[in-house]
Design a protein around this ligand. Structure first.
Ligand SMILES: [Fe+2]
Length: 239
């Protein structure tokens, strides 16, 4: 099967801790293509004091990725997004267009630090929602407050958040307990998207092909389709 979507990737070279060269970007894209992925959102980090590439550089390097994607396959689409490390100025940053949303939709891939507090997380998600943005929580399986209290994740979803978990976490590449936790929230229907969060071809390589096989077995192909095709399609139509 082909036509999967990967909504969380670091493929643009030289803008964060993703690939350092366009050659490495090409290898990541090729692996995604071989895994059946046909639509990729490039979500390079934006994090104050750590990853602050200018929009000019981001756009220029994204153009290179588009060129390479075209060489790999006519049917391979790459779109621009952002993994936004949440801060107190994020609404202004987004409103001013200083950072992109997900493929020019209302969706925002929102990342928090691993030891984030519930109150801050709830308040920042609420701020995004009340300003007309649709938060997607990036890899919440990493946050202590979520792993210790699944009901808190449920509350955030009730509030209006969507949830994206990493394929490596799902597959157990980030440890057995992470895998168990992901299995639990998948089965409890608390997951809307799975992304690779690929950064390189080494420890954080793209694993969408293996993830498809795993999900088919765990939940059945209908579920795989919903998470890896239907939900991302809705995202892109800004539903
Ligand atoms: Fe990421």
């Amino acid at each position: 099967m082909i036509g999967y979507y990967d909504i969380h990737t670091h493929i643009i070279p030289g803008v964060d801790d993703g690939p350092r060269s366009i050659e490495l970007s090409r290898q990541i894209l090729q692996q995604e293509y071989d895994d059946g992925v046909r639509t990729i959102i490039c979500t390079s980090h934006w994090r104050r004091g750590m990853f602050e590439p200018s929009m000019r550089r981001l756009l220029a390097n994204f153009e290179q990725v588009k060129e390479v994607a075209k060489e790999i396959g006519d049917d391979l689409t790459v779109l621009l997004g952002c993994e936004f490390h949440v801060n107190m100025e994020m609404i202004e940053t987004l409103k001013n267009g200083e950072r992109p949303t997900m493929a020019q939709t209302r969706y925002v891939l929102a990342e928090f630090k691993n030891n984030v507090e519930k109150k801050y997380m709830r308040e920042r998600c609420y701020a995004l929602l009340t300003h007309g943005y649709q938060p997607i929580l990036a890899h919440p399986e990493r946050y202590d407050v979520i792993r210790k209290d699944v009901d808190f994740l449920r509350d955030l979803i009730k509030m209006g958040c969507y949830v994206q978990i990493n394929s490596q976490s799902v597959l157990g590449d980030d440890g057995f307990f992470m895998k168990l936790f992901c299995k639990k929230i998948i089965r409890e229907n608390l997951v809307h998207f799975i992304g690779s969060d690929a950064h390189d071809m080494d420890k954080r390589r793209p694993t969408m092909g293996r993830c498809v096989q795993y999900l088919d077995k765990l939940m059945g192909p209908e579920y795989t389709r919903r998470i890896l095709i239907d939900n991302p399609k809705k995202l892109l139509s800004d539903n």
